[in-house]
Design a protein around this ligand. Structure first.
Ligand code: SF4
Length: 229
C-alpha cells in the first residue's frame, strides 16, 4: 500500500535500514507496521548503556562484567570533569534539511541522534564524542560522520570533533577526527539517501532486498513475500 508518511526525523538506523532493504525501511519507519521483538543482544545492549549512563551521570560503580571499561571510563570522567571541560551524557541533537540545529521534536527535523557521551574542551572549541557498541566490532563511518555534523550544528564555536565507537567488550576504540569545513560533506550521505527514499515513495517502488537483513527483520511473509526464513 502506498505510504504518505513524511520522510523526516531520520536516524542513522533508519537510513542504514534503507540502504540494507528499502522495503524494510518503509514498513518499519514510515508505516510503523513491524512488531518490536526483543533479543538477548538487545537487552544486554540496553543494560550496558544504562549502566554507563548512570556511571557518568551519578558516579555509580560499573559492574564486574564491564571490567574492560573501568580504566577508560574513569579516564573519560576525569577528562570531562577537569577545569574548562564539560561532560554531556545522552545529548539529544537534531538538524533540519539546511543542516541547521533544530529542536529534537521540531516539525522541521530531518536527522536526529542521541550521543552516549560527549566531552567538550577548550571552551567548546574541541569535542570528543563516544558511542558505546556492545556487539562485535563493525565500523560504520557514516554514523560517526552524522554525529560530527550534528555537533557542528549544535555548537557554533566548535572547530573540531573526534567521534568514536567504543567496543565495550574490549574497551577499544575506533575514532575519526573532523573539522568544521567537513560539515556539508558529512551530511551528503544522509541527503542522498533521503532523496532516494523520497523517489521510492513518489513511485511507490520499495525494493525488497532478501538476504542477511531478513534475519533481523520482523516482517511477516504477508508483508514481504521475499522474506528469507
Ligand atoms: S524480510 Fe527481508 S526482504 Fe523482506 S522487508 Fe525484511 S529485510 Fe527486506
Amino acid at each position: 500500500m502506498p505510504t504518505q508518511n513524511k520522510i523526516a526525523a531520520l536516524s542513522y538506523t533508519a537510513l542504514n535500514t534503507f540502504v540494507k532493504c528499502p522495503l524494510q525501511f518503509k514498513l518499519k519507519f514510515l508505516d510503523k507496521a513491524l512488531p518490536f521483538e526483543s533479543s538477548p543482544a538487545l537487552e544486554y545492549g540496553n543494560r550496558v548503556h544504562r549502566e554507563l549512563e548512570l556511571f557518568f551521570k551519578q558516579g555509580r560503580k560499573l559492574g564486574d562484567d564491564l571490567s574492560t571499561m573501568h580504566a577508560l571510563c574513569a579516564a573519560l570522567k576525569a577528562a570531562g570533569e577537569a577545569p574548562g571541560a564539560k561532560l554531556l551524557v545522552e545529548k539529544a541533537m537534531a538538524v533540519d534539511e539546511a543542516g541547521n540545529k533544530c529542536s529534537y521534536w521540531s516539525d522541521d527535523v530531518w536527522i536526529r541522534a542521541k550521543v552516549d557521551l560527549c566531552i567538550m574542551n577548550e571552551g567548546g572549541a574541541h569535542a570528543s564524542v563516544f558511542d558505546w557498541k556492545t556487539g562485535k566490532r563493525w565500523v560504520e563511518n557514516e554514523q560517526l560522520d552524522l554525529y560530527a555534523a550534528l555537533m557542528f550544528a549544535h555548537f557554533p564555536k566548535l572547530k573540531s570533533v573526534s567521534t568514536a565507537f567504543v567496543w565495550t567488550k574490549t574497551g577499544k576504540m575506533d575514532s575519526v577526527r573532523h573539522v568544521r569545513s567537513d560539515k556539508d560533506r558529512l551530511l551528503s550521505w544522509a541527503m542522498e539517501l533521503t532523496e532516494e527514499a523520497r523517489i521510492a515513495q513518489r513511485d511507490d517502488a520499495w525494493e525488497a532486498n532478501p538476504g542477511f537483513a531478513c534475519k533481523f527483520c520482523t516482517a511477516s511473509t504477508d508483508q514481504c513475500e521475499e522474506k528469507v526464513e
